[in-house]
Design a protein around this ligand. Sequence first.
Ligand SMILES: [Mg+2]
Length: 298
Amino acid sequence: MAGALSSASVPAVGMSPSGVPPYSGYAPTQQQQQSHENGVPPYSGYAFDLDGTIYLGEELIDGAGGVIETLRSNGARVVFVTNKPLETSAEYATKLSKLGIPTVPADVISAIDALVLYLTEHHPRGRILAVSEPVLVAELRRAGFEVTEDPTVTDVVVVSFDRTFDYGKLTRAYRAVGAGAVIVATNPDPYCPTPDGGLPDCAAMLAAIEACTGTQAEAIVGKPSIYMARAFLDRLGVPASKAVMVGDRLLTDVAMGLEAGMASILVMSGATTAQVLADSNVSPTYVLASVRGLIHSP
Ligand SMILES: [Mg+2]
């Protein structure tokens, strides 16, 4: 599988200064840790990460379309899971469909879905001040939440990957937390890889707000949070024990799948280098060069 390894050294994600809640210590046995491509059994449900797993930027990973088609024709349920809260599920579904993987919006779960699940359970009538792009505000309103710009009436400051972040937003968040609001963040990623050098992601906005308020987020709901796992397991409609999470990052995709009681497959087509894998104490159930390895199984 060495041919698919990235030569770029990419640090592991999930190590934001604010701290991802630590995992409770999954310790796989040697038997569970496989590293060949011919031993992956079929599962009833597959949850695929997108960036680095199904596509890289605007290009499908070689063979990904055929893999999804084969899994579906074998009767498996397939959903797609992304931490990126910059687009709606419908937009991700359109992108996948255009790339040759016909997908309906309900089969794409983003950190926005995990956020709505979390807020519905913990702050069902909370008034939200959103440090986010407009798409997140629209999705929160669609889910029935009141979104405000007034720090004095805010119950929850929602923090997200926000390319429109500015001092005004930081000040409103600071004042809302000072007046008693809690902080909830969409995802723990410090940066988002892009072909032109990457973008600061949610953890950067969150760090600014935590630094000035001295208050930590009460939850970070995207991968590797259990809220994300619950959101997509619900859509998969199969028990965790019959499902597998497939992704390119150990501390988000793989750790979340294992924590949720699923098998986890690391693909080496994205952010994780062989060295990062060797140094990590998160052990995937299987490691594949890419998703193509899923259908070479006997
Ligand atoms: Mg990825």
